[in-house]
Design a binder for this molecule. Structure first.
Ligand SMILES: *[C@@H]1O[C@H](CO)[C@@H](O)[C@H](O)[C@H]1NC(C)=O
Ligand SMILES: *[C@@H]1O[C@H](CO)[C@@H](O)[C@H](O)[C@H]1NC(C)=O
Length: 490
């Protein structure tokens, strides 16, 4: 009980800090921008000839749990945009756990929305890979078009040829060098980039665009994705910051009152709300990047992140149409950069969106109800897991490097342009050692990947890591957050 009060008090404090910013901000951009971008349009006519190629898309939401509503909402919304853009279901491959639409917490059963007044985006979404078929292995097999490597699912793969264009969009939690999955193991950046290189080597696409929403998502490509693969990627954040949820309870605009969860993510909503109102034959990837970057920065406030771009930046001169098609209803809506941008007043750090959900559930539940007790327990468990993971990592650092040097090693950030670690096998084995003794890092604990990478970079071997972890973690909390079923260790 003592713990609950302490945790509750500090979370209340955090909420009151969140509440300082308020009001909806509208930005109108000068008309010069319109002229500038207008000129931009005319300069890339034949680069966008698309009479031969097929458009393929792979969409993946990596999370489970109602508190992660927003990732699957983002994904379903993306599907609707591509579908209206003219892509065929046979060319769109969907990965989602599919536990949201009919979740008992969902106030509108069978419906998923991605914005406060948004329509249902769940309707018609193909269920190619759902539940435990949402795996790293299937994701890679789909991209590579390798049916033999699949387990379960619809068996749909990117069966692309040399003239085709591929769009990959991923939304979930992440951490330095890793992306979450609803199943075990998570996805490591070097493995993803290796798959992209392999795809390139197979000569089965003309160009590929990757949009990535996750915390520290820049770290997935930074120092890893080379030029020359005909891949252009943008990420929701740089390699050392969180990405942000939006349309969250308490935000303005926020979700309808019956929703106790964020409806979308800032970067994702920014590109989708831009794509769905324009003639995408007249808007370039670069124009969208610039708009999304401004909206996601959220006026460079604390509640925003830096959208980054990687790979072959020259591809950004191409039109979005090559990847997303275009909705004929928008034929007369060319991109003009004078849209009023809706800025989120209180975007929520992706890592705190689960706490926010439990907290609103707790506040709204009737006094003395089972629901109130359950919400209290969920919040307490999530906080206990965080405290346990944070303090265990710190202690491991001190055991390995000493009281003074430990924290320094863990906090080190390598210069821009370098990957977080050189030896990825070392990183994987140290993560396994840590999880064996200390329990799953789970979605929150992914933030510590940089510390574990630094331990590798300092030359620590698996036996030393195992010994330090065993000392640091005599036991770990028995909640579902610690379960090794969710995490890195297979
Ligand atoms: C496809 O996957 C199978 C099973 O993992 C593997 O043995 C095979 O080499 C792969 N094929 C290609 C072309 O990569
Ligand atoms: C676009 O404008 C043209 C010319 O005014 C018109 O004929 C056409 O119906 C419009 N298209 C749409 C989708 O509104």
């Amino acid at each position: 009980m003592m713990f609950w009060f302490a945790a509750g008090a500090s979370f209340l404090l955090a909420l009151s800090i969140l509440a300082v910013a308020d009001g909806r901000n509208l930005i109108k951009l000068p008309s010069e921008a319109r002229q500038f971008f207008g000129l931009f349009d005319d300069s890339n006519g034949d680069a966008n000839d698309d009479t031969v190629g097929t458009k393929w898309a792979v969409l993946l939401a990596g999370s489970t749990g109602y508190w992660n509503y927003r990732h699957q909402a983002d994904l379903c919304h993306a599907y609707q945009i591509l579908k209206r853009g003219g892509l065929k279901d046979e060319n769109i491959i969907i990965f989602m756990y599919d536990d949201i639409a009919y979740n008992e917490e969902n106030p509108r059963p069978g419906v998923i929305i991605n914005s406060p007044h948004g329509e249902d985006v769940y309707k018609g979404v193909p269920k190619d890979y759902v539940g435990d078929d949402v795996t790293v292995n299937n994701f890679f097999a789909v991209i590579l078009g390798n049916r033999t490597a699949l387990t379960g699912g619809s068996r749909k793969v990117v069966h692309s040829g040399p003239n085709d264009h591929i769009f990959i969009y991923y939304a979930d939690h992440g951490g330095p060098g890793v992306l979450g999955m609803p199943t075990n193991p998570y996805l490591y950046a070097n493995d993803l980039v290796d798959v992209l290189k392999k795809k390139h080597a197979s000569g089965t696409y003309k160009s590929l665009v990757f949009y990535l929403e996750a915390c520290e998502s820049g770290s997935i490509f930074e120092g890893l994705l080379p030029e020359g693969l005909n891949i252009y990627a943008t990420t929701a954040s740089n390699s050392e910051e969180s990405s942000w949820g939006t349309y969250c309870p308490g935000d303005n605009p926020g979700p309808p009152p019956e929703y106790e969860t964020c409806l979308g993510d800032l970067y994702s909503v920014a590109w989708m709300e831009d794509s769905e109102i324009h003639n995408l034959q007249k808007e370039t990837l670069r124009q969208q990047y610039q708009l999304v970057r401004r909206r996601t920065a959220n006026q460079n406030s604390y509640y925003g992140s830096h959208v980054m771009q990687y790979g072959d930046l020259k591809l950004s001169m191409e039109n979005l149409f090559l990847y997303m098609g275009t909705n004929p209803a928008n034929d007369n809506h060319s991109f003009v950069d004078n849209n009023a941008l809706y800025l989120s007043s209180k975007a929520v750090n992706q890592r705190d969106a689960d706490l926010l959900h439990f907290w609103h559930k707790f506040l709204k539940a009737p006094e003395g109800s089972v629901r109130k007790f359950e919400a209290q327990k969920q919040l307490a468990n999530a906080m206990a897991h965080r405290t346990h993971i944070d303090s265990s990592i710190k202690l491991v650092g001190k055991l390995l490097f000493g009281i003074k040097k430990g924290p320094e090693v863990l906090k080190t950030i390598r210069p821009t342009g370098q990957p977080i670690v050189d030896d990825w096998d070392c990183l994987k084995s140290l993560v396994r050692s840590f999880e064996t003794h200390c329990g799953s890092l789970s979605q929150y604990g992914m933030k510590h990947m940089r510390s574990i990478a630094n331990i590798c970079n300092a030359g620590i071997k698996q036996e030393q890591m195992a010994e330090a972890s065993a000392q640091a973690c005599a036991s770990f909390p028995s909640s579902s957050w610690s379960s090794l079923y969710r995490g890195f260790s297979a």
